[in-house]
Each structure stands twice: as C-alpha cells, then as structure tokens.
Design a protein around this ligand. Structure first.
Ligand code: G3P
Ligand code: CA
Length: 261
C-alpha cells in the first residue's frame, strides 16, 4: 500500500474538471463553486507560477485562450494578471471573473471540498527547479489545507519532487496512454495514491491491476452518459468530468434503478 494517508471520499469520487467546465469559464472561482454546488466532492485545477512567484490557477502556460490578456503567464506579475478578464471569453455574463490565486481557492473551498491541484510542467524543457512544488507545499502548510488536497501531474519529476518534500501527501500520475503492467509498475514506483488515465485508455483489467497495487483510479475527462456507464463498469473509483451535474443526475438514476430491481 502507498505510504500516504489521504482524505476519505465516497465512491464514485466525482471530480469537477477545472470546475464546472461545461457551463462556466474554466479555472475560475465561479466554476469551482458551481462544481461543488452540482455535487462534486473534488474540484480539479491547474497551477502556474507568475513572474513574481505567485501561484495562479490557469490551464495554459499562455493567457490568450482564457483571458483578454496575451503572452506567457510566467512573464506577468500577479497584479498584471489580476487586471485581466477570465470570464468574458466564455460568455459575456461572466465578464469580471478573474484568474484566481491558489491561495484564494484554498481559502474559499478547502473546508467544503477536496481539491486536486495539477502542477503543470514546463512542456519538454529541462526541469531545473522544484520551485512550484515547494511553493504549493508551503502554501498548503500556511493555509492548513493538506487534508483536502491531492497533487497530480503528467510529469513524473513533479510527483517525485512533491513526494520528496512531503512523503505523506497523496499524489497522482496523469497519463494520456496506458501500457498495462508497465504503467502499474511505474505508478507503484512513484508511490502514487491514484492514477488518472485518459478515459479512452482504461479498461477493467488495468483497474484490477491498479487496485491490486493499492492504487485508486480516476479517469479523465468523462463527459457523456454512455462514457459514465462504461467507466463505472471498469471498476474505476471515480471520474473527472466537465459535466458534474450530468454525472450526478445519471448516477442517481442508476442507483434508483438498482434499488427497484
Ligand atoms: O487531471 C486530468 C486533466 O486535467 C488533465 O488534462 O489538459 O485538462 O489538464 P488537462
Ligand atoms: Ca488539469
């Protein structure tokens, strides 16, 4: 079993991807609150560092797609980012939404929801420092938020850094593809709490092998009822979705049908 002693959760764990991404501007406070209100036990978010070393919640390493700003996140200060609009691009009614800091999200949500913090890597560049991991862990300590958090990354170096800094913090490896036992062994070597595969690459056998290794499985991004059905049938412990309300309602109907049969 992994060494970490993580949060408790009810199966299936419903994770709202970048908040309630289907209906709200991703990675904004309104999207996170809507995800929790829709019934998600956990919200997933993405973290980058600004030029002045603040941790901000945004998916891309550039501002262009999800704000009215331009250029790289790490070439702007927090005060410059806070002037940008992070909601209007999605719909004019969300004009005025800002890029949240990780601190703001922890303060707002860590007492009422679990938080999956995905630390983005520098996309193929040699990773010279663990500054973001250190910043995240320092913030978790200052905000007393360890109990609510799962750290994830596509980049195994980020997972290793996080484990080195705090061996008991639950971590997750995210992967676009899977290779059976090789993937299980890799996850075991990283001492992860959970594995987050692209949902298309997950099957029953892999879930069984992960469970035998003591690893939970939360596929991403599962966004339709037929996909919910297939993924739940694999035995996955939960799922990451842009559509938390659709899942919540589908699962309630499933349970009601099971009870009457
Ligand atoms: O954690 C799963 C998912 O968030 C990873 O992909 O690109 O949405 O960050 P992405
Ligand atoms: Ca993510």
């Amino acid at each position: 079993m992994p060494a970490s002693q993580p949060f408790t959760f009810t199966r299936p764990l419903l994770v709202a991807h970048r908040g309630f991404r289907a209906n709200y501007p991703e990675n904004t406070m309104i999207a996170f609150k809507a995800g929790v209100d829709a019934g998600a036990q956990m919200v997933e978010l993405d973290v980058h560092m600004t030029r002045d070393r603040e941790l901000v919640v945004i998916h891309d390493d550039t501002l262009d797609r999800t704000t009215d700003g331009k250029g790289r996140v790490d070439e702007h200060t927090l005060s410059e980012l806070k002037k940008m609009d992070a909601g209007h691009w999605f719909h004019p009614r969300f004009a005025g939404e800002r890029i949240p800091t990780l601190r703001e999200v922890l303060r707002e949500l860590s007492r009422r929801a679990l938080i999956n913090i995905e630390i983005k890597s520098d996309y193929g560049q040699p990773r010279v420092s663990s500054e973001i991991e250190e910043g995240v862990l320092d913030l978790l300590k200052r905000e007393d938020a360890f109990a609510a958090v799962l750290i994830s990354s596509f980049d195994p170096r980020i997972i290793e850094n996080t484990k080195r800094l705090n061996a008991s913090l639950p971590v997750a490896f995210i992967s676009k593809s899977t290779e059976g036992k090789k993937t299980v062994d890799f996850c075991r070597g990283l001492d992860v709490f959970s594995f987050h595969p692209n949902f298309l690459s997950l099957d029953k056998e892999l879930v069984k092998q992960m469970h035998a290794a003591g690893i939970q499985v939360f596929p991403y991004n599962v966004n339709s009822e037929p996909e919910f059905q297939r993924l739940i049938e694999t035995g996955a412990d939960g799922l990451i979705t842009d559509e938390p309300l659709l899942f919540k309602n589908w699962y309630s109907r499933l349970r009601a049908t099971e009870k009457t049969n």
